[in-house]
Design a protein around this ligand. Structure first.
Ligand SMILES: [Zn+2]
Length: 156
């Protein structure tokens, strides 16, 4: 009886479990999938559903952590660099903390305004993730963006 209850608890992917593993413990989506016996896409869908902020990937920083409102890091290779995934990353020091941002999101905010960009994704029309010319950036809802890329089979 006890054993089966534990098994159920272990495999539950509720919001608090995901937030603890992903934000507090810093596990990757793949590690969470392994830990909970789920597939990576199941984990990704739940993270989207609960609107858990996703960790920027591919940047040249050390120990990136969620501080409750944004991603912070212990050290950053350079303030503006191109990450391993091709996206330009910006890590300025704000109030003594090194924060991390996607450059294209900051540029989209400059172009469209915070309220327009909040909750949306920024798409690169040319398909080149480091092509951050203003006219190359377009804001889309996450579902429209995902649909666009599943048709194109691209990733930016
Ligand atoms: Zn895109």
């Amino acid at each position: 009886m006890k054993v089966s209850e534990d098994a159920v608890t272990t495999h539950k992917m509720d919001e608090s479990t995901l937030r603890r593993l992903y934000l507090d413990e810093g596990l990757s989506q793949r590690q969470i999938a392994d830990e909970l016996g789920k597939t990576r896409s199941q984990v990704r869908k739940k993270i989207e559903k609960y609107k858990i902020p996703t960790r920027p990937s591919g940047g040249q920083w050390k120990n990136i952590k969620w501080d409750g409102s944004s991603w912070v890091t212990e050290s950053c290779h350079s303030k503006l660099h191109t990450g391993g995934n091709g996206y330009e990353m910006w890590c300025p020091k704000v109030n003594g903390k090194i924060k991390t941002f996607y450059h294209h999101r900051l540029l989209a905010i400059a172009k469209f305004g915070v309220s327009e960009v909040k909750g949306k994704e920024v798409h690169h029309k040319s398909g080149v993730p480091w092509d951050n010319r203003k006219e190359n950036l377009e804001i889309m809802t996450p579902s429209k963006h995902a649909a666009h890329h599943s048709r194109q089979r691209g990733n930016n």
